[in-house]
Write a protein that binds this ligand. Structure first.
Ligand code: CA
Ligand code: CA
Length: 145
């Protein structure tokens, strides 16, 4: 069973952070990754809780996206703020979800998160393009619970 400490190596973490920087060069949207040992099985409601704990609902355009990962169950949730929900179709996150899922199934967590982050950035850029003077509203570092 994975713990938060051994889920990703320090190098892998840096690669994911780099992917967040890259993704946010194309969109004003803010992407964060949070990993933790889940205490209950309802990953979605926990992701919602973490989203608010990290104050990800404080972005100006309400376009923050959290990729939440429970390291013990390998469950993940992509949770986007209401500014995104308001302008995208219901299946908006399907492709991002599928990229992560395929890699997670193969035990390749780092690549799953990198692809998920880059895919999320690409998806977001269509609706929330990066503009000159964009502010990095939320830290790009991986959050750990
Ligand atoms: Ca930004
Ligand atoms: Ca950011």
């Amino acid at each position: 069973m994975s713990t938060v400490e051994d889920f990703l190596s320090a190098t892998e973490e840096q690669e994911i952070v780099k992917a967040i920087y890259t993704a946010e060069k194309e969109t004003s949207g803010e992407i964060r990754v949070h990993i933790e040992q889940a205490e209950n099985s309802d990953a979605f409601s926990r992701a919602y809780e973490v989203f608010h704990l990290l104050k990800m609902d404080n972005t100006q355009a309400r376009n923050g996206v959290l990729i939440y990962v429970a390291v013990n169950t390998k469950k993940f949730v992509i949770y986007g703020d209401k500014g995104i929900d308001a302008v995208v179709p219901d299946d908006f996150w399907e492709t991002t979800k599928n990229s992560i899922q395929a890699h997670f199934k193969a035990g390749n967590y780092k690549q799953g998160l990198i692809d998920g982050v880059l895919q999320a950035g690409k998806q977001l850029s269509a609706h929330f393009p990066w503009t000159h003077g964009d502010v990095d509203e939320l830290p790009n570092e991986i959050s750990k619970g």
